[in-house]
Design a protein. Structure first.
Length: 164
């Protein structure tokens, strides 16, 4: 396996996904503080360091992508990230914004094509078939018109058959 610079590699012992790590060179974490402590004072000190950090968003994206369950990342404790992780996972964000404006790509499930407009989208739910409510409503209207037309044709055919 070849290592890519700036990307943490997945190993058989950690089972964490490979995500970009080149932002770590710009972090301002104080190594004298334990970012993985359960002590409230240590957590508060770690969060205070995260506030002015130029890579706070990248750090948070890293923790979410790797499902980190301990420590302070991006200014949030593990408990605070737990709720955010559920929302992030539910909406299946493909990119999280960074301090430099571009997004960090997070490996997610495959994209789907919208059944109405054909646009590729990242579904919020495994049963999602449309990229937006507008596409869903437009498709429902079209399906309803097709159904009504078939139903009218069937009734006409039945009337003609009974009249003959």
């Amino acid at each position: 396996m070849s290592a890519r610079p700036g990307v943490a590699q997945m190993s058989h012992t950690t089972a964490k996904p490979a995500v970009p790590t080149d932002w770590m060179r710009r972090r301002i974490c104080d190594t004298s503080i334990d970012f993985c402590s359960d002590n409230r004072d240590e957590i508060a000190r770690a969060k205070a360091i995260c506030i002015p950090c130029p890579v706070q968003q990248e750090c948070l994206a890293y923790a979410l992508a790797r499902s980190e369950t301990t420590g302070v990342y991006g200014g949030l404790s593990a408990d605070e990230r737990a709720g955010l992780f559920l929302r992030w996972k539910t909406f299946r964000r493909r990119e999280l914004p960074t301090s430099q404006g571009q997004g960090i790509s997070i490996p997610r499930d495959e994209l789907r094509s919208c059944r109405d407009c054909g646009t590729e989208f990242d579904p919020q739910h495994h049963l999602s078939r449309y990229c937006s409510n507008e596409c869903r409503d437009r498709s429902r209207s079209a399906n309803s018109r097709v159904y009504e037309a078939r139903h009218r044709q069937k009734r006409r055919s039945e009337r003609e058959a009974s009249a003959s």
